[in-house]
Design a protein around this ligand. Structure first.
Ligand code: A5P
Length: 228
């Protein structure tokens, strides 16, 4: 039986096998995506041609160090595929992402992809988003306390993310407010309400974006769900 790390490794390696020669591929962030990037690099070393568009500075550093050619999002007209992890996946294939802090670049890259393949361990599947994990919201540092209070007014308990005793800084030099909802009943409506707040850059609700979700399972198999 595979534990959570084993499931991440399994599905990450499986995802790398979905990349075809010549593809432009969005490369995600987080521990599951790292397995996909490592496995993709093995295929590149064996002769596969592909270009990665990275969702974080960390992934860019990893991909480059392993020999995967990387390009910026603005240099690409379109991406064939994006591969990334998630923190929660609901039955409609809507997601919470961003516990790793890369949600802004992840959303930009994944919106540009023809197919968005989400790779998760089985523990990420939930009946309702936002019960187990907070919703990360990326905000402008200027006036963050007011933005945090505006988020609280939407019905959550917000907390400024910290790292080493300081506010956590994203790759784009913003703060993250982690918003604990007691379950999110209508992800699409909440998404719009959060985006309408001045001071909010982006949030970790990925609604209607995933085209496929691959799940690494304890029995060593990968289950694939596809948006209907
Ligand atoms: C990064 O900001 C996140 O969106 C990750 O994709 C998400 O947190 C999943 O991470 P793991 O693969 O490490 O669980």
């Amino acid at each position: 039986m595979l534990d959570q790390d084993g499931q991440k490794r399994l599905v990450g390696r499986w995802a790398a096998d979905q990349v075809q020669d010549g593809m432009i591929v969005g490369l995600g962030t987080g521990s599951t995506a790292v397995w996909a990037v490592r496995a993709l690099a093995e295929r590149v070393q064996a002769g596969l041609r592909c270009t990665g568009v990275c969702t974080s500075l960390a992934t860019e550093a990893l991909a480059s160090s392993l020999g995967i050619p990387v390009a910026s999002l603005d240099d690409q007209a379109a991406l064939d595929l994006a591969i990334d992890g998630a923190d929660e996946v609901d039955p409609a294939l809507d997601l919470i992402k961003g516990l790793g802090g890369a949600l802004l670049r992840e959303k930009l890259v994944e919106l540009a992809a023809a197919r968005f393949l989400v790779i998760v361990d089985a523990g990420k599947l939930v009946e309702r988003l936002g019960v187990k994990v907070p919703l990360p919201v990326e905000v402008v540092p200027f006036g963050w306390r007011r933005t945090q209070e505006a988020l609280r007014a939407l019905g959550c308990t917000p907390a400024l993310r910290q790292a080493g005793g300081q506010p956590f800084l994203t790759d784009s030099r913003h703060y993250i407010v982690d918003c604990r909802f007691d379950g999110i009943a209508d992800a699409a409506a909440l998404s719009q309400r959060i985006k309408a707040l001045p001071g909010v850059i982006e949030h970790g609700l990925f609604v209607g974006m995933a085209t496929h979700v691959a799940i690494g399972q304890a029995d060593g198999t990968v289950a694939v769900r596809q948006r209907g």
